[in-house]
Design a protein around this ligand. Structure first.
Ligand SMILES: Nc1nc2c(c(=O)[nH]1)N[C@@H](CN(C=O)c1ccc(C(=O)N[C@@H](CCC(=O)O)C(=O)O)cc1)CN2
Length: 286
């Protein structure tokens, strides 16, 4: 069996086309949604991701509000930019690109974001809303994964889903999203302390790997016909000395899975599309 690819790039393009139409409707009311980004430091990956977010905004007609600080920025300087975007009426939602430099207290920064402008859905209030099943902005990667599966008609209701990774950005909120009544999946949340990972993955209808451990999920760990989603993104240096990004799913998995969301081209573009969705939804609410 060769897996059908869950094409995140094509799906994100379709979502952005839908968003363009919603943004045009907002323009008739004189509303232009605005996405803010706060980027601190020189990490090339972070710069590339933020540039991609602003390219998406330009494609859809969302205004970009880009704020950049040097790698040696102080806590006070970052907090001042957060306060500025909280007060800016043209900014409907914004993100603080992670990771932040070592000297910055990330938790404090995230807590200072106005929860109603939290485009990433990572503010404690919004994660709390997710726990309680209340409305609020949803974290972009988990939302992107659910949307990708939905658009390929992968059934979630009654599915046994194994999520590998318990981080606050992906694994933990994803477990909460998948177990909402509307999705109704049964989720096992595995992590680095899980004793026998393969015993869990081998029983799963859907395996979602967000461990940041290249090649962690091998073909022998996957039930033939299962659906696999690769969320890992780790920078490695190849034998040619060149850096590249690699996922958590080993190459042989493509031969046993029925559907595979690869890295690159799977979840990453969906994360970006759902970020713009969060901002447009916020602008539509007024
Ligand atoms: N504030 C946030 N910081 C970070 C997040 C986040 O959701 N919010 N997630 C990651 C980085 N990230 C978005 O910010 C992100 C990572 C990767 C991709 C992506 O499209 N990747 C490509 C492959 C990589 C490439 O070719 O450059 C893909 O999967 O096809 C998008 C967004 C950490 N920080």
């Amino acid at each position: 069996m060769t897996a059908t690819i869950l094409d995140g790039k094509a799906t994100a393009t379709a979502i952005k086309e839908e968003l363009r139409q919603r943004v045009a409707k907002l323009a008739e009311r004189g509303v232009v949604p605005g996405l803010g980004t706060i980027l601190v430091g020189d990490d090339p990956g972070s710069h590339a991701y933020v540039a991609g977010k602003h390219r998406d905004c330009a494609e859809v007609g969302v205004a970009s509000i880009a704020r950049q600080l040097p790698a040696d920025a102080t806590q006070e300087q970052v907090e001042a930019v957060v306060a500025e975007l909280n007060a800016d009426p043209t900014c409907h939602g914004y993100i603080v690109q992670l990771p932040l430099p070592r000297q910055i207290d990330t938790q404090r920064i995230l807590e200072l974001i106005d929860p109603d402008k939290d485009a990433d859905g990572l503010h404690p209030v919004n994660l709390g809303r997710l726990v309680l099943g209340f409305d609020g902005p949803l974290p972009c990667t988990p939302r992107g994964i659910v949307e990708l599966l939905r658009r390929y008609d992968v059934p979630l209701k009654g599915a046994e889903v194994v999520v590998i990774g318990r981080g606050n950005t992906v694994g933990r909120p994803l477990g909460l999203l998948l177990t909402r009544k509307s999705e109704n999946a049964t989720v096992t949340l595995c992590h680095t302390g899980t004793q026998d990972l393969a015993a869990h993955t081998a029983k799963a209808d859907i395996v979602i790997v967000a461990a940041g451990n290249p090649g962690l999920l091998t073909a022998d760990m996957v039930r033939p016909g299962a659906v696999v989603v690769d969320v890992g993104i780790t920078r490695v240096v190849g034998s040619d000395g060149k850096g590249r990004y690699t996922g958590d799913v080993a190459p042989g998995v493509r031969d046993v899975a029925s559907f595979l969301a690869p890295m690159p081209g799977g979840v990453g573009p969906m994360t970006r599309a759902l970020l713009v969705t969060n901002v447009v939804e916020r602008a539509e609410r007024g």
